[in-house]
Design a protein around this ligand. Structure first.
Ligand SMILES: *[C@@H]1O[C@H](CO)[C@@H](O)[C@H](O)[C@H]1NC(C)=O
Ligand SMILES: *[C@@H]1O[C@H](CO)[C@@H](O)[C@H](O)[C@H]1NC(C)=O
Ligand SMILES: *[C@@H]1O[C@H](CO)[C@@H](O)[C@H](O)[C@H]1NC(C)=O
Ligand SMILES: *[C@@H]1O[C@H](CO)[C@@H](O)[C@H](O)[C@H]1NC(C)=O
Ligand SMILES: [Fe+2]
Length: 435
């Protein structure tokens, strides 16, 4: 069995040197968690849900058996299903690995802020999820570079305790790195959480799984298992897309898709930001994998060509915040444009600290650049609670062994409510349009 492979996976247990400037003792990486499926082959596993269009949800799952129907039965009362929808299923090959049947079913229209109970393929346990609210406040859990170690487990437990609405993941999910059974194990590890709330992801370098000549375009597992609503946002690629949820326009960019000025992604982005109406979505948030601003020594400069290509467009569009992963640490910047403090630029946050097997990025540039306001190499996650049209609260929660500790807390004001920034913002509600 393929599972035996993982007994010989190297267990990374080297001790991370203690970083002198902070008194908190930083724990070393923890071992991989390999999660098994212990039900019959027809039973759903790796269940996760994602937002797709207004008031609809996509339910995705895997079965080892091939003739299970791609059907979801659902309703608002436990084990009473008054609605049902069917979708599609397929599997993919990667060298000698053949995936299970991967099912995707779109259900809805659904009511906001409502718990739905559902069953996949007519067998196995009942799941439930809660739809996002119709109005502010809304809370996003944000974490990148998740992986599947014991640290991942504690990060996920802390996130689950927050009762968030939607999870946003700026890339690097399973760290399968071409060992396909690890995608299945990751799906099973996150199922208790990703089946309860929508998870919206974009790709990181660990999703690529490119093999020259054989799989030159890569992303086979990622695209098959984690399809995001790209068609609904006019994108031809699952590697970049956008969606709206409660007054927030969220743009998921692809650090590993072409982003040059004549690329499809660039043209799509120009078209997408031109359609933003700040009277409908006063907040605009961007996620991508390789950070444009980063004072950690890890991955220095890797986001630079994308920044040069796209930063002006995001600045012109008054993007409120840009979240990145890739660097396994936490860092929060001031509002920045072109490497300088700019009151109308986005706030940049690196949140690549989910808990993967590679451990933390411990070493920073010294002295700290003035645009970097908080930086720390610890595992953890972030929470963005958008209170209303003008105010949001951001907190970063460090994994303090088995507990979670809110180490960084800050209020943000949205750019659409800043008179000096709003003159270039579209949206009929804004009194500064005439300036
Ligand atoms: C760790 O958690 C304990 C309580 O759970 C708290 O008192 C302490 O300040 C935390 N330390 C850090 C560095 O997070
Ligand atoms: C997540 O939180 C909910 C609500 O508190 C709880 O019922 C559920 O058991 C938690 N899930 C896990 C896997 O801990
Ligand atoms: C940004 O706005 C300026 C001023 O309106 C304009 O000249 C420039 O072409 C815009 N750049 C992009 C990338 O949209
Ligand atoms: C928005 O929320 C902030 C923080 O809770 C509050 O101070 C402010 O008054 C709210 N604004 C409106 C218009 O409700
Ligand atoms: Fe990465």
């Amino acid at each position: 069995m393929a599972k035996l492979l993982f007994l010989i996976l190297p267990i990374l247990s080297f001790v991370v040197p203690h970083h002198g400037s902070v008194e908190f003792f930083r724990q070393p990486p923890r071992p991989l968690v390999y999660t098994l499926h212990d039900g019959p082959k027809s039973h759903p596993q790796q269940v996760h849900v994602s937002l797709v269009g207004k008031n609809f949800m996509k339910v995705s799952w895997v079965t080892e058996e091939t003739d299970v129907p791609s059907r979801v039965d659902y309703g608002k009362v436990q084990s009473k299903y008054d609605s049902s929808a069917t979708g599609e299923h397929s599997s993919y090959n990667y060298f000698f690995y053949t995936s299970g049947e991967i099912h995707h079913v779109t259900i809805g229209p659904l009511d906001p802020a409502t718990t739905y109970y559902y069953r996949c393929g007519g067998s196995g346990q009942e799941f439930n999820f809660r739809t996002p609210p119709a109005t502010f406040p809304i809370e996003f859990a944000i974490v990148g570079d998740l992986g599947q170690t014991e640290w991942t487990s504690s990060t996920l437990a802390h996130i689950n305790a927050s009762n968030y609405d939607v999870l946003l993941l700026p890339g690097d999910l399973s760290y399968a790195d071409s060992q396909q059974p690890l995608w299945d194990s990751f799906g099973r590890l996150v199922e208790p959480y990703a089946s309860r709330r929508p998870w919206m992801v974009t790709e990181g370098n660990h999703e690529q799984e490119i093999v020259p000549i054989i799989y030159p375009n890569g992303f086979k597992a990622y695209n098959a298992r984690w399809p995001m609503p790209h068609e609904e946002s006019g994108s031809e690629s699952n590697l970049y897309y956008s969606f709206d949820v409660v007054g927030t326009h969220i743009i998921m960019l692809g650090s590993y898709a072409d982003f040059s000025v004549d690329s499809d992604q660039y043209k799509w982005l120009a078209n997408d930001v031109a359609k933003i109406d700040r009277s409908r979505t006063p907040w605009v948030i961007v996620l991508l994998h390789a950070p444009w601003y980063n004072s950690n020594l890890a991955h220095q400069g890797e986001g630079e060509s994308m920044r040069v290509a796209m930063e002006e467009m995001l600045h012109n569009s008054s993007v409120d915040m840009v979240f990145a992963g890739h660097v396994h640490a936490y860092e929060r910047f001031s509002r920045v444009y072109d490497n300088k403090v700019d009151p109308c630029g986005p706030i940049y946050i690196t949140i690549g600290d989910g808990g993967n097997r590679e451990g933390l990025a411990m070493t920073y540039k010294e002295p700290s650049p003035s645009i970097s306001l908080y930086r720390e190499a610890s595992f953890g996650h972030g929470r963005l609670r958008i209170m209303n049209e003008t105010h949001a609260h951001w907190s970063w929660h460090r994994n303090n062994d088995s507990a979670s500790f809110a180490a960084d807390n800050v209020w943000f004001k949205g750019l659409s409510s800043e008179p000096s920034c709003s003159q270039k913002i579209r949206g009929k509600n804004f009194q500064h349009d005439e300036l």
